[in-house]
Design a protein around this ligand. Structure first.
Ligand code: FAD
Ligand code: MLT
Ligand code: ZN
Length: 454
């Protein structure tokens, strides 16, 4: 078999073999996974994806599906010369013609493109995070991406009404009927969401949109103890505060972001723990907040910044959203993305520095994340040469606290060696059998989720 044969099945220009172009697709965003391949293929339709996968399975050619290549677990790049199938050229979006609150998106459409179309009708898409300008619908479905508003709208899984995909043998499955109630066998959107390109390539999806809140207010609180920050998180979630985001971060990360982007101090550094909360609903939201569970803290607490305009909110959000890029500019971090039950979160967060210090006193952990989901991101710089030891120790600690070793980024290659920390042998065997059913030749992302060890 030769790639010329594949080219002959496709329109011209779909197959790129220029190494200068390929390099921008073969290394991952974190810089930790540097891949190589001879070819990037850019299908423009579901039928072309089907033709490509049929040819690849007949010829047992492994592939890596790729969207925006912003994934954080080494799942989107070819480490063994796999062909890249980039969905970027499939980026059409349109409103559903049968349901005013739904959008039809091709896999390569970015979150931003969907958000912009939704806003034309005074609607919003429920998933949002800092990589919105490059993360794609296909990638966010494949990783079941979470982001900033999970506590209000859920993860990507909650946004998908219907999905169309192509299996490892080139069979087109799914539909775009947009029916919330369609109990006709296994639910493909749920099955494929979080499958990380190992079961099928998602080509199109019909997505739920939500009414745009009339008013949004951001409030930044400063605390001296993690317990106080977690207590407020729980208070905001149990009372009806119309909370839509709740992000926790620390002085060390704020100092790094300020240094990297020349930002003003938020207040003098007497508080080293930050909780950025956002509330959205009908107008008059701040008045309602002032008389509910937040009322007392808004009157008495000495480190509170309130942002009611878009501009003021963006100013506060940059201190949180720039963490990932600021850390990555300093080096290639060991990236952990874990979930901890809120009740165990203070203990977890109070232990991290000591764990890292005991393993490697030169390591430098930055911690930040989605507090309401218990989802913390650890970006640990200078963890070499103890990366594996540090990763194993922290992930075992997470499991001991009844947490998850991967909250929203997926397993990819990065966490594959640790999947058995969380899933038992029978489950992993079942996952492998499911993969065999969808991808009998094992050509779809062969090393993702499953490591040779488990
Ligand atoms: P890629 O990186 O291209 O691929 C990711 C995985 O999906 C790979 O395994 C790939 O093979 C597979 N894949 C891609 N397209 C398809 C398809 N069409 N069909 C089947 N499989 C496919 N993630 C969060 O969840 N929450 C956050 O808050 C968040 N914040 C981020 C902030 C920054 C600054 C950055 C850089 C990343 C962030 N991410 C976050 C991580 C990343 O954006 C998500 O994992 C996202 O879902 C990846 O989308 P992508 O299109 O870039 O996918
Ligand atoms: C975030 O919430 O900023 C991301 O998930 C990215 C990260 O883990 O760095
Ligand atoms: Zn995140």
């Amino acid at each position: 078999m030769s790639i010329e044969e594949l080219k002959s099945l496709l329109e011209s220009g779909r197959v790129n073999e220029d190494q200068d172009v390929i390099r921008t697709y073969s290394d991952d965003w974190t810089g930790r996974y540097k891949g190589f391949t001879s070819t990037v293929i850019f299908p423009h339709s579901t039928d072309e994806v089907a033709k490509i996968l049929s040819w690849c399975s007949t010829n047992q050619v492994s592939i890596v599906p790729q969207g925006g290549n912003t994934g954080m677990v080494g799942g989107s790049v070819p480490l063994n010369g796999e062909l890249i199938i980039s969905l970027r050229k499939m980026d059409n979006v349109s409103f559903s013609n049968t349901n005013k609150n739904q959008i039809v998106a091709e896999a390569g459409a970015t979150l931003l493109k969907i958000q912009n179309l939704a806003s034309e009708r005074g609607l919003i898409y429920g998933v949002d995070f800092a990589a919105r300008d490059s993360a794609t619908i296909g990638g966010t479905i494949a990783t079941n991406a979470g982001g900033l508003n999970v506590l209000r709208y859920g993860t990507t899984r909650r946004q998908i009404i219907s999905v169309e995909a192509v299996t490892g043998t080139g069979k087109i499955i799914g539909n775009l009927n947009g029916l919330e109630k369609d109990n006709t066998g296994y639910h493909l959107p749920s099955l494929l969401c979080g499958s990380e390109g190992t079961l099928a390539i998602v080509t199109r999806a019909k997505l739920q949109l939500w009414p745009e809140p009339e008013e949004t207010v951001a409030i930044l609180f400063g605390f001296n103890t993690i317990e106080d920050a977690v207590n407020l998180t729980e208070a905001c979630m149990t009372a009806n505060t119309e909370i839509i985001a709740c992000e926790l971060f620390f002085q060390k990360g704020v100092d790094l972001v300020r240094e990297s982007y020349d930002l003003q101090p938020l207040w003098d550094n007497k508080n080293s723990i930050y909780l950025l909360c956002e509330f959205a609903g009908d107008s008059g939201i701040f008045d309602r907040l002032s008389v509910n569970v937040l009322g007392k803290i808004l009157q008495t607490h000495d480190s509170v910044l309130v942002a009611t305009t878009d501009r003021e909110r963006q100013r506060l959000w940059q201190y949180r959203e720039l963490h990932t890029v600021a850390v990555s500019q300093k080096g290639i971090p060991l990236k952990l993305d874990v979930t901890i039950p809120l009740g165990n979160l203070p203990h977890f967060l109070n232990s991290i520095d000591t764990i890292c210090d005991n393993i490697n006193p030169l390591s430098s952990p930055y911690v930040f994340g989605h507090a309401a989901d218990g989802n913390m991101h650890l970006n640990i710089l200078q963890s070499e040469p103890n990366v594996a030891e540090m990763e194993e120790e922290i992930l075992k600690f997470v499991v001991s606290l009844e947490g998850s070793i991967s909250a929203e980024h997926g397993i990819g290659r990065a966490k594959a060696p640790y999947l058995h920390f969380q899933r038992n042998e029978d489950e992993i065997r079942l996952f492998r059998e499911m993969k065999k059913a969808f991808d009998p030749e094992g050509i779809l992302n062969p090393e993702v989720i499953f490591s040779t060890g488990n």
